[in-house]
Design a protein around this ligand. Structure first.
Ligand code: SAM
Length: 281
């Protein structure tokens, strides 16, 4: 029997510690340990990695990560009610689980982790998206993480992996795919969670690339993509007019048609335009 088998079932843990789900904290818990083990496995071989888990709640996914062999898990949880349940798990896996209570948006986890680092989380959707954007836009690349394995609402997951020509294609797809490989690796119906959310969820696995797929300055690229998708129904020459007086020439130099719309432009096209705009400065 492994350490995980000596821990009580999560339903019992929730009842004993009074962990009624709070909507304000986006609490939809995973109680099926087969399912949490499966999610943990999507993060790959964890035996040589420290894992940052954000929002462990009662610890279903935490148990999965430790049982799958994570060298160490640092779990950041905002809700102090969850701490006793998490401390029980820490006691079952001596020296491998560190729990920090606080807001993941305000805590710097890096001083407590040793590379290589992987991130795994089932977070409320707004916090998850904000953290994803931060993790994808560090000062230097490669980032502190090797991979991110994150649960999102299905609709957000589709925006992360979207390809040109689809409604879901936009800033998030470009941000994610420029310097990472992003895939949807699992789909979960509302009933997989307690209480069930209104919509389906999906797990996205992102692997950091050693360098961007195409060269571009991150700030210029971000400005171009923001301007293009803020007016996604307009042609590029109109949507991007504010970026350069000779935008039509810049678009042509980047191999783009001024009459195209943002939705049709592949990642490579946005990077080419960012380079053109920078060279013209
Ligand atoms: N990982 C657990 C699971 O899969 O059962 C819980 C998932 S629940 C969707 C989200 C968790 O994130 C909750 O435990 C909630 O208290 C926590 N949380 C919400 N906002 C947070 C924040 N800003 N920082 C850290 N944890 C947060």
């Amino acid at each position: 029997m492994g350490a995980i088998d000596n821990l009580p079932p999560l339903r019992e843990v929730i009842a004993r510690h009074g962990l009624a789900a709070k909507k304000a904290l986006g609490q939809n818990f995973l109680l099926d340990l087969n399912l949490t083990a499966k999610i943990a496995r999507q993060a790959g071989d964890l035996s040589r990695c420290d894992v940052l888990e954000v929002g462990p709640g009662p610890g279903g996914l935490t148990r999965g990560l430790l049982a799958e062999g994570a060298r160490k898990v640092l779990a950041i949880e905002k809700d102090p009610r969850c701490l006793p349940a998490l401390e029980e798990i820490a006691a079952a896996f001596p020296g491998r689980l560190e729990v920090v209570q606080g807001d993941a948006l305000e805590i710097d986890p890096l001083e407590r982790l040793t590379p290589p680092i992987r991130v795994v989380a089932n977070l409320p959707y707004n916090v998850g998206t904000e953290l994803l954007v931060r993790w994808l836009t560090p000062e230097v690349w490669p980032p502190f993480w090797e991979s991110l394995t994150l649960m999102f609402q299905r609709e957000v997951a589709e925006r992360i992996v979207a390809q040109p020509g689809s409604k879901a294609y936009g800033r998030l797809a470009i941000l994610a795919q420029w310097r990472a490989e992003a895939r949807i690796v699992m789909s979960l119906p509302p009933g997989a969670f307690t209480p069930p959310p209104k919509v389906s969820s999906a797990v996205v696995h992102l692997t950091a690339l050693p360098a961007p797929r195409h060269p571009a300055d991150p700030k210029v690229l971000s400005r171009v993509v923001a301007a293009a998708f803020n007016q996604r129904r307009k042609m590029l020459r109109a949507a991007l007019r504010g970026l350069a007086p000779d935008i039509e020439d810049r678009l042509a130099a980047a191999g783009l048609k001024p009459t195209d719309r943002a939705e049709q432009v592949p990642l490579e096209g946005f990077c080419a335009l960012a380079r053109e705009l920078q060279a013209a400065k």
